[in-house]
Ligand binder design. Sequence first.
Ligand SMILES: *Cc1c(COP(=O)(O)O)cnc(C)c1O
Length: 402
Amino acid sequence: MDYSKFIVDKIKRMGESQTIAISEKAKQLKKQGVDVISFATGEPDFDTPDNIKEKAIASIRAGHTKYTAVAGIDELKAAVCAKLKRDNHLDYTPDQVLVSCGAKHTMYNISQVLFDAGDEVIIFAPYWVTYPAQVQLAGAVPVFIDTTKSSDLTLSGDDLQNAITDRTKAIILCSPSNPSGKVYRQKELEIVARSAIENDLIIIADEIYEKLVFDDFKFLSIAALGEDVKERTITVNGVAKAFAMTGWRIGYAAGPRQIIDAMRKIQGQATSNPNSIAQHAAVEALLEGSASTERMRKEFQRRRDVMVESLNAIEGFSCRKPEGAFYAFPRVSPLYSRAFGDRIIKNSVDLCSYLLDEAHAALVPGAAFGCDEYVRLSFATDLESIKTGLERIKQAVEKLNA
Ligand SMILES: *Cc1c(COP(=O)(O)O)cnc(C)c1O
């Protein structure tokens, strides 16, 4: 029986996540015994810190195993407020906070509450694949601004102004960025803020990689630019990336109470509260997790340095040094039109599939992030694998004839 007639069009139109598709293929090869090095993963390779695990175990024993308030337990909302004050100089009250099942779920709630047919939402490319998918699922139209015109991925005020129409409702900002590792400077944030104020738009600031910023770079929350920006910003964050807690599924939003209330309403009918045990563990992470995060950050920085240097030693690759997150995003288009036998590399998907077959290295094609001239490599993997994998990639690229 063909069930497709039962499945609604908006789901059939949805693309599969290409990042997941490549990791699946890499996993399959691994299962067959092939020694694949994966640069495709989007999560820290570290274990969740012990104090956080212990807090979860203790909370099970203490009986915190029942439904909680839809928006999250009071302790966690208070911890979120304390964290936003401590790290981001942002004053929020607990009724301006909603805890959800991961920051992805937070973003989903936001798009369901704010976007409707005909609305336009500005997204900077390269972008996290989930943003356009969620905007479209809400019936709205993602409007992309290509930031790769600038080698430093700088946001341009003119490009932003040109993209805004009277249907524009919001701007989605991801800093530090997945996939590029770009962290926006104050000047760039001010461009976005000014535009949002002048055009009466909402800013959605995805700050999930905030803690993973390198060298002396200072992360700045856009909402901290001023009360006039904060009142139209929803700050999104979570525990997944900073505390190696991807599987625990806790994310949160802080923003205007009316919007947070609307998000709570849909969450109340869709999932109810996020996992009660993970909520207690997240309190520990936010209040007592910073030493663990700092250890991981330092290790990520060491790996970044090795990876970026090795990438730039490969002919045809050029990689800017990411200021944050755990991804390198080299430009590889000079290799396009090169060939291996009768296999011609025409785009980022071709290159990644060649490198998976020939170097047994899994990379994610830039096309998945709206930038086909690039590929993404995660450095959330150990240094040894990074060294070996990049050597293999180098050799495979050298086999391509001009
Ligand atoms: C990983 C990630 C998230 C959300 O992660 P959750 O596990 O859902 O909390 C959000 N935004 C970006 C850009 C990410 O890479």
